[in-house]
Design a binder for this molecule. Structure first.
Ligand code: ADP
Ligand code: ZN
Ligand code: ZN
Length: 815
């Protein structure tokens, strides 16, 4: 009789798979990609994934039996396993890390998983005996671990029972819940087209002399329309003190009409609508993309802001859907991109599923299963980076929108993958095509296109032939000298804002720092209050009169006097979005000022509420951080102001200039998108800085060439690859000793290509001291060999007892 074994991936950060023994019956049933429950160590229980089925007994340990099989058919495909292996290999992490990152947590029950009762569940009669026992236990205890469930039922094999309870929605696993946002339609009133001349207006008022209430409504409407452009029905009712039926009767008389701003972007019923007809430039781009796809798998679409890239994507998507294949549309951050979701839903209706790691567990399981079963509603997946892990079986196209966005790179936890690059590999595995789109491509991608590794297509004209905004640089040093500054605003900036507001247009102001002021300093002794957990000064938030740490969220009341010398001479320096908002409220008291940053978008639907209010023109000036640079499309914004370009330029990072360029061009791109040319004003102390000059002329090529020279000279990507190693521990001496040992070991192998060890700008976060080492890998050097050596050194490092408690983080292609 042959013995049968399976190798399992377990959701733990260990390099190896683990071998378990299975019976003849089990092996006949099992397939690669199915889950099994197993015990591990003395007490743990995990959900493992079958990776290999074979007949070779492990030599180092005795194979345990499995606990039970959890699936009837595989839930992970061969192609996914191939993709996972690439990720584990390339990003130097455990297959178990990739497994854990890929599957919805409901698929990964383990002994420590905590379950809760769903209070809304009432259908107890549908529960089997064992299920009911657990459900009942949760009436008495608010939570249970799978371990405890096993004890209650007096048996080990409990995972399927718990799975069943989850499926029936009787219980849930604790996690952050993110619900899908349904924007509310707001009703607005305007005058019917019949009444546009003064003469007809007079006639109208005559006509209404006997309908007092209606006349009042019309008069109030005129009053309101002098200051506000779109008038909400509800506001008019309140101001005129009339009921909604009065407005309705005016609509019936064809005096008023109701309308909804942006109504066409929202789609509740899952209808589909015809795609827009492409203009000649878009059509040309589309056919060029298809042409490149005959010889290339990856193509870059470099299209300026508002050139209509999205409409080009949709055509391509439609063509791929018509061939019966699935499409993956990657977005940098789902929370910020409701607009694009709404646009795609408008065209593709129910063929779309949105996938987000913050969606509720059940939603994620549902999307997973729909993709796995290739259901109609999972033909297009719209998602952030983690959607590259879905079980596609028939992928034809991937679109990576805003491919330059740094949020495609995962920092924490492992796997530290770049979703754009992982998507390129995924496309290859499926023999699918992949389109990378951006107005400001990353240097790496543009370089690959220039090297002819990727196809390259340009779209250089804004849709509707609107010109790119006029960008002017304002020299703040000069303005200070001439006393032409009012708070943080130059006279020129204020004039432009006033002009836009006079035209009933909207304004976006960009300041890449939140809070009121980032530094508080004692004027007497020069000491700044610092975070007790991090090596960083605290930011003052005036609204709550608090000092906060932006690294660990530590907060305390703003002290009255200096902790060091006792004088009450604490002063604030620098400025953030909160200060700008307050200054604006004083400067423009009659206008509505909104703020979009981490502090105002924390709550449920935080972003969407602000974006929605701005779209509905309830906000005149929106102040915000880099969130504002992410592909938003507002038709009424005519001015974008950047209040302080210098903080972005002076950032100590080899990508700082590239990023500053991208951020400023992207945020500028929000101006003047629909009708007339917009304005952009950038305040700076260095108007002659080459990046600002390049921004002001939107000269991507020049920026690219110059940055590339620097990258070559200083040995950075795209020429050299970087592996960053970070060590962290609470004890400074431990990290220091560890990092010096590690540096020497690496230096022996790589010589001068190892840089460090250095402490990052913030060298302690949450009480953990941090040290970095960077390895630069020349284009001639073998990447595989390099990684092998690094792995070996890491193993030796971790074999040293003293070093074992130090966190060892490897980041390949680090940002
Ligand atoms: P990008 O993604 O390149 O910044 P968008 O795709 O958002 O540009 O297009 C900018 C605006 O122009 C959007 O409001 C879009 O609806 C509109 N637009 C683009 N192409 C067309 C088209 N072919 N027909 C009608 N409107 C279009
Ligand atoms: Zn002091
Ligand atoms: Zn802190």
């Amino acid at each position: 009789m042959t013995n049968h074994f399976i190798d399992l991936i377990l959701p733990i950060p260990l390099q190896k798979t683990f071998t378990y023994s299975v019976t003849e019956d089990e092996v006949n049933f099992l397939q690669k990609g199915m889950r099994v429950a197993v015990s591990f160590g003395k007490t743990k229980m995990y959900t493992g994934l079958v990776f290999k089925i074979h007949t070779t007994a492990p030599t180092l340990y005795e194979a345990k039996e499995i606990n039970q099989i959890l699936d009837e058919t595989p839930i992970v495909s061969e192609q996914q396993l191939q993709h996972w292996q690439w990720i584990a290999n390339y990003y130097m992490c455990a297959l178990g890390d990739v497994y854990r990152a890929s599957l919805p947590s409901a698929f990964l029950l383990e002994s420590e998983t905590i379950i809760y009762k769903n209070e809304a569940f009432t259908d107890d009669v549908s529960l089997e005996d064992n299920e009911f026992l657990i459900f009942e236990a949760l009436q008495h205890q608010s939570q249970l671990t799978i371990h405890q469930v096993a004890a209650i039922l007096g048996k080990k094999k409990v995972m399927p029972i718990v799975n069943e309870l989850i499926k029936k929605s009787a219980i849930y696993i604790k996690e952050e819940i993110y619900e899908t946002y349904k924007p509310k339609l707001v009703k607005y009133v305007r005058l019917h087209a019949n009444y546009n001349s003064d003469a007809s207006l007079n006639a109208l008022l005559e006509e209404l002399t006997r309908a007092k209430k209606q006349r009042e409504a019309v008069l109030t409407f005129f009053q309101l329309s002098t200051t506000k452009k779109p008038i909400k029905a509800i506001d008019l009712e309140t101001a005129a003190n009339v009921s909604s039926s009065i407005l309705k009767s005016l609509v019936t008389k064809n005096i008023f009409e109701f309308y909804h701003i942006q109504k066409d972007r929202i789609n509740f019923k899952g209808d589909t609508n015809d795609l827009k007809t492409l203009n000649e430039f878009q059509s040309k781009a589309l056919s060029e993309i298809k042409e490149t796809f005959t010889t290339k798998d990856v193509t870059l679409l470099h299209g300026i802001t508002s050139s209509g890239k999205t409409e080009v994507y949709t055509k391509l998507i439609q063509e791929v859907l018509d061939t019966g294949k699935q499409v993956l549309f990657l977005l940098p951050e789902i929370a910020l991109t409701t607009q694009i979701i709404a646009r795609l839903e408008f065209y593709f209706g129910n063929q779309i599923s949105v996938f987000h790691s913050k969606y509720s567990m059940n939603e994620r399981v549902e999307v997973w299963n729909n993709v796995l079963e290739n259901k109609t509603k999972a033909q297009i997946i719209l998602g952030a980076r983690s959607s590259v892990f879905l079980p596609f079986s028939n992928l034809g196209l991937i679109v990576v929108d805003e491919e330059h966005e740094t949020s495609y790179k995962q920092f924490e936890p492992s796997p530290r993958y770049n979703a754009r690059d992982a998507a390129i590999v995924l496309a290859k595995i499926h023999q699918a095509k992949i389109l990378l789109g951006s107005a400001t491509p990353s240097l790496e991608t543009y370089f690959n296109a220039q090297q002819n590794k990727y196809g390259f297509v340009e779209l250089n004209r804004r849709f509707g032939n609107v010109q790119l905004p006029k960008i002017e640089l304002i020299d703040v040093k000069e303005k200070h000298k001439k006393r032409e500054m009012n708070g943080h605003f130059s006279d020129r900036m204020l004039k432009l804002i006033q002009q836009a507001l006079d035209e009933k247009e909207q304004v976006i102001l960009f300041q890449n720092r939140r809070g009121y002021s980032p530094v508080v300093e004692c004027k007497t002794c020069g000491v700044s209050p610092e975070c007790p957990n991090c090596d960083v000064t605290l930011t003052f938030h005036k609204y709550k009169h608090e000092l906060r740490c932006h690294y660990c969220n530590y907060q305390r009341a703003m002290p009255n006097s200096c902790a060091a010398c006792g004088s009450n001479t604490l002063d604030t320096k620098g400025f953030g979005t909160e200060q700008i908002e307050l200054e604006l409220k004083e400067l423009f008291p009659d206008f509505k000022i909104g703020r979009m940053d981490l502090d105002t978008t924390r709550g449920k639907f935080g972003y969407q509420k602000i974006i929605g209010a701005f779209e509905a023109r309830e906000i005149d000036i929106l102040v915000g951080t880099q969130m504002l640079s992410k592909g938003l499309d507002f038709e009424n914004v005519s001015l974008v102001g950047v209040l302080n370009a210098d903080t972005m330029l002076n950032f100590p990072d080899f990508r700082a200039h590239e990023r500053a360029y991208q951020m400023m061009v992207q945020v500028s791109g929000r101006a003047g998108r629909s009708k007339k040319q917009g304005n952009v004003a950038i305040q700076t102390y260095n108007p002659y800085h080459k990046i600002l000059q390049q921004v002001s002329t939107t000269n991507y090529i020049e920026m690219y060439k110059e940055q590339l020279q620097d990258r070559w000279q200083y040995k950075y990507p795209p020429y050299y690859r970087l592996i960053k190693i970070t060590l962290k521990h609470r004890d400074y001496n431990k990290v220091d000793t560890g990092v010096n040992w590690l540096f020497k070991a690496l230096y022996n192998v790589f010589g001068e290509h190892v840089l460090g060890p250095t402490a990052p700008a913030v060298s302690r976060i949450r009480n953990q001291y941090i040290k970095n080492i960077v390895i630069k890998i020349s284009p001639k050097q073998s990447l595989a060999n390099t990684k092998n050596s690094v792995s070996k050194i890491k193993n030796t490092f971790e074999a040293v007892k003293d070093f074992r408690p130090i966190r060892f983080i490897i980041d390949v292609d680090a940002y």
